[in-house]
Design a protein around this ligand. Structure first.
Ligand code: ASP
Length: 404
C-alpha cells in the first residue's frame, strides 16, 4: 500500500477507534447491535490466517537454505523472544511489588468459569505436547497455530532436502503467500469500520462507560499496575528497537494499524496478517516477516507474561499470602513459560495463568477477581504482544541481515 493511502487509512482507523469508544461509552448496550461489523472483520482476518501462516513459514524457512542455517536463525529468534518475555515478567514483578495493588482488598469471589476450572491439571508438559498436533485440520479449525508452524517448519526443511523436486512446492507456496497478502490488503480497507464495531460492541456489552468505570473501581490498583507495567515495557522495547536497529517513531507509526487491530480484536493471531503487511511496508526483510512474525504471534507474548506475573502477585496479596523471593522466582519462570504456551486468542492468558498459580500453590479461584476487567486489559496486553513481535522482526532483520 502506498504511503498516502496508508496514512488516510490510519486516520480512518483512529476515527473508528474514537467513535467506537465514544458511542460504546455513552450508548452502552444499544451498541451491541453493531457487533456484527466487528465479527465480519475478525472473521475475514481469521479466514486468511492458516493459508497465510503455512505459506509464509514454508517459504521463509525454505529460503534460509539448509537445516543448519534455519536452525541458527530459529534458535536466535527463540532466544531473543524468551529474553524480552523474561524482561517483561521482571518489569511486571517490580511494578506489582512497588504498587502492591491487592493489599487490603475486600473482595467477593465470583464463580470460576468452566473453561478455566477445566485446566486445573495443566502443566508445563502440556505446553510441550501442544507443539505437535495429531490432527492438523482440527488445530487449524481451532486457530491453534503453534503445531501448524511446527509442521510448516518441518515441511520446509523436507522441501529443501528434496532438492530440485521440492522446487515447485516452494514456488507454489511463494505464489500463495503473495496472493494471501493481497487479500489482507483488501481486508484492511474494512479495518476502520470493523474496529469501530469491535470496540463499540465490547464497551456496550460491559454496559457502557459508567458501568465499566464501576467494574474497574473494585480492582482499580490492579488496572493501574498492569497499565504501568505495560507502558514501561512498551518503552523498553522502543529503546531496544532504537538502539539496535536505528528505527524510531516512524516505525512505531507504521505499526499503528496493527496495534489498533490488536486492541480491537484482542488476538495476536487475528492481527498477524496486518502485522506482516505493516512490517513489509516498513521495509523489514522477507524472512523476518515470514518467519519471525508468525512465530512471534504465538510464542512471543510479552504483555501476557507481564500480566500473568502481576496478576498472580495481585491474587497473592489479596489473599494476604506473602510471596518471598523464592516464590517470585518460580512466578518469574512459570509466567514466562505460560505466556509462551498461551495461544494468540482473546483471554488465553487467563487460562494459562493456572500453571503459574498452581506452581506457587495459590487458589485458582483467585482468577475470579480479575474477570470483570480482563476483557479490557487483554486488549492492552495484546497490543504490547504485537509490538513485541514487530520490534523482534526489526531487530532480527538487523542482527542477521545476511540471512534476511
Ligand atoms: N489475547 C492475547 C493475545 O492474543 C493473549 C492473552 O494474553 O490472553 O495476544
Amino acid at each position: 500500500m502506498e504511503n498516502r493511502k496508508a496514512l488516510i487509512l490510519l486516520v480512518f482507523i483512529v476515527i473508528g477507534v474514537l467513535l467506537g469508544g465514544f458511542t460504546g461509552w455513552y450508548w452502552g448496550s444499544a451498541m451491541t447491535s453493531v457487533e456484527w461489523l466487528g465479527t465480519l472483520f475478525l472473521n475475514a482476518l481469521k479466514m486468511t490466517i492458516v493459508p497465510l501462516i503455512v505459506s509464509a513459514v514454508i517459504t521463509g524457512v525454505a529460503s534460509m537454505g539448509g537445516t543448519a542455517k534455519a536452525g541458527r536463525y530459529g534458535g536466535f529468534t527463540l532466544i531473543y523472544y524468551t529474553t524480552t518475555t523474561a524482561l517483561a515478567v521482571f518489569i511486571g514483578l517490580v511494578v506489582v511489588n512497588i504498587i502492591r495493588p491487592g493489599e487490603g482488598l475486600a473482595f467477593d469471589r465470583a464463580e470460576l468459569p468452566a473453561d478455566i476450572a477445566e485446566k486445573a491439571g495443566t502443566g508445563i508438559s502440556d505446553i510441550i505436547l501442544s507443539l505437535v498436533s495429531p490432527n492438523l485440520i482440527k488445530s487449524a479449525s481451532e486457530t491453534q497455530l503453534l503445531p501448524i508452524i511446527v509442521f510448516s517448519i518441518l515441511l520446509a526443511m523436507a522441501v529443501n532436502a528434496a532438492g530440485p523436486k521440492g522446487e515447485p512446492v516452494r514456488a507454489f507456496f511463494d505464489g500463495l503467500n503473495d496472493a494471501m497478502m493481497k487479500i489482507v490488503e483488501w481486508i484492511m480497507y474494512f479495518a476502520p469500520i470493523g474496529i469501530f464495531g469491535l470496540i463499540a460492541a465490547r464497551l456496550g456489552k460491559a454496559g457502557g462507560g459508567e458501568a465499566f468505570m464501576a467494574q474497574i473501581k473494585g480492582v482499580g490498583w490492579h488496572v493501574v499496575t498492569v497499565m504501568t507495567g505495560l507502558s514501561i515495557h512498551f518503552i523498553v522495547l522502543f529503546l531496544i528497537l532504537y538502539f539496535i536497529t536505528g528505527h524510531g517513531i516512524r516505525y512505531y507509526l507504521g505499526m499503528f494499524r496493527a496495534l489498533f487491530t490488536a486492541f480491537g480484536t484482542a488476538s495476536s493471531s487475528a492481527t498477524l496478517p496486518i502485522t506482516m503487511e505493516c512490517a513489509l511496508e516498513n521495509g523489514i526483510g522477507i524472512k523476518p516477516v515470514r518467519f519471525v512474525l508468525p512465530l512471534g504471534s504465538t510464542v512471543n507474548m510479552d504483555g501476557t507474561a507481564l500480566y500473568e506475573a502481576a496478576a498472580v502477585m495481585f491474587i497473592a496479596q489479596a489473599y494476604g499470602i506473602e510471596m518471598g523471593i523464592g516464590q517470585q522466582t518460580i512466578i518469574f519462570i512459570t509466567a514466562t513459560l505460560a505466556a509462551i504456551g498461551a495461544a494468540g486468542i482473546p483471554e488465553a492468558g487467563l487460562v494459562t495463568m493456572v500453571i503459574v498459580l498452581q506452581a506457587v500453590g495459590l487458589p485458582l479461584e483467585g482468577i475470579s477477581l480479575l474477570l470483570s476487567v480482563d476483557w479490557f486489559l487483554d486488549r492492552l496486553r495484546t497490543s504490547v504482544n504485537v509490538w513485541g513481535d514487530a520490534v523482534g522482526a526489526a531487530v532480527i532483520d538487523r542482527l542477521l541481515p545476511e540471512e534476511s
